[in-house]
Design a protein around this ligand. Sequence first.
Ligand code: G3P
Length: 500
Amino acid sequence: MAQRYVMAIDQGTTSTRCILFDHAGRMVSVAQREHHQYFPQPGWVEQDALEIWRNVDRTMPKALREAGVTGDQVVALGIANQRETAVVWDRHTGTPVGRAIVWQDIRTEQLVQQLSQLPGAEKIRDRCGLPLATYFTAPRLRWLLDTVPGLRERAERGDLLFGTMETWLIWNLTGGPDGGVHVTDATNASRTLLMNLATLTWDDELLAFFDIPRQLLPQIRPSTETYGTTRRVVPGIRIAAALGDQHAALFGQTCFDRGETKCTYGTGSFLLMNTGSTLVRSTHGLLATIGYQMSGEPVTYALEGSIAVTGSLVQWFRDNLGLISSAPEIETLARSVTDNGGCYVVPAFSGLFAPHWRSDARGIIVGLTSYITKGHLARAVLEATGWQTREVVDAMTADLGAQTPMLKVDGGMTADHLLMQFLADVLDVPVMRPMMAETVSLGAAYAAGLSVGYWPDLAGLRRNWHLAARWLPQMDPAHRDQEYANWKRAVELTIGWAAP
Ligand code: G3P
C-alpha cells in the first residue's frame, strides 16, 4: 500500500507554508510563499486575503510535487494560522470587502478607549479571558462596520462573512461561494473578545457590547474535527483540524499536561502554559485562552503571555535601519561587543502587549552615548526579546504562585544561540529546544492526524519529542537584577508616549 501522510498549512503573519509529515512526525516536503505587508498609515498593518488564498493554491500542489505524493495519499489536512487578523468577504462572490486587518494593527486605539468607558466593559475579561485591547478581533470588526460605507447593512442582510485566516481558508478550500463551510475552531474564537470562555459559544452580551451582527460569524467547532473535504486546489482531502498557530505550537511541543509551557519566537513571541481543564483567570496581565479542544473531550485551557514584537524587531533592524542584510547576521554583530553598552530597545511598535496592555506606548531606544555602536544596538535588540519574555514569566509566576521549572522554545529566533543563552540567563531556568523546531505545522499535523486516527494517541506523539539543544543559566544574579531594573525603567518611558 502507498505511504500515507498528513498535510499542514501554517498560515503565518509573513508567509504561508504547506508541509507534509510522515508517521514518524518527520517533514517530508515544504513549500512556502511570503505575502505583502501593507502599512498605509502609522500603526496600520494590512494584508491581502486573496493573495494568501493564492499562496495556498500554489503551495499545496508544490508540497505534494516535491514529495512525489498524490492527494489521495494525504489522510488529513490541519490548518494553523496567525490569530486575530480579521477578514470580511462577500459570501456570494468570495471577494473580501477590503484588506485584512492584521493583529499588529492599532488603528482601533481610540475606539478601544471609548468602548472601555461604556457600561459592561468591566465584565469583558471575566467572560472571554481577554483585556479590551487593540490586539483582538472584535474592535477591528466594529471599526470596519462603522467605517466602510454600506458594510453594516450588507452584514445585517446576511451577505457578508467574517473570519480569521483559518475560517477564510476552510471556506475557500471547501467550495467558496459554492457551498463553502463557514467555521472556526475554539482556539481562534477565543481570541475575538466575542466567545464565552466557559460555554465556548458566541456570547450575546459581548456581541451586543461590540455591536456585531451574529450573521457574520462562523460556527465554533472543536480544534480536531472533520469540518469538510477540500473541493478546490487539491480535491478530496479531509480538513480535520484547525488551531491558532500558538495553540498549534503548544500541541506540537506535546505540552499535553497541566503546567507544561512553551514559547514560540516568531514575528512576536507567545508563551503558553497548559492549565488543563481549569480556566485560570489572570490577575497579572496574562490571557486566559483555549489550549485546544479535541472532539468529544473536555476543553484544555491555557494561560498566555503575548509579546507583539520580537522577530519583527530584527526585521526592522534589517529592513528599516539597514544595519544587517539578513536576520541571522544579528547574532554575529551582537557578538562583536561584550555587552549592551548601557543601551536598551523597547519595541512598543503596536503598543505593549502582556503584561502591560498599553496601546498608548511607543517604541524607544535609551541609554545612547557616543560610545554606542551598531554592535551594542544589535545586542539590545536581542535582549529586548529576553526581557519581554521575563516579564511574562514573572506574571505567570505571580498568577500561579510558582515558577515554571524550564521553558520549551521553538520558532525561527531559537537558532540564535546568543539569544537563547540570554533567555536562560534572564529567566534563570533551563531553556530547551526540540529537534523539530517547526512546532506550529507539526502541531496542526498532529491534531489532524489524531482526528482521523492516523496517530492513535497523545502518548505516541510525545515519544516523537527529542531534545536538540539546552541552555543553562549562567548570569551573575546581581548583574541580572540590575539589568532587569534598567529594562523596566526603559519600559516606563514608552508608556503614554502616544497620548494626545
Ligand atoms: O497572535 C498573533 C500570532 O498568532 C502570530 O503568530 O507566528 O504568525 O507571527 P506568527
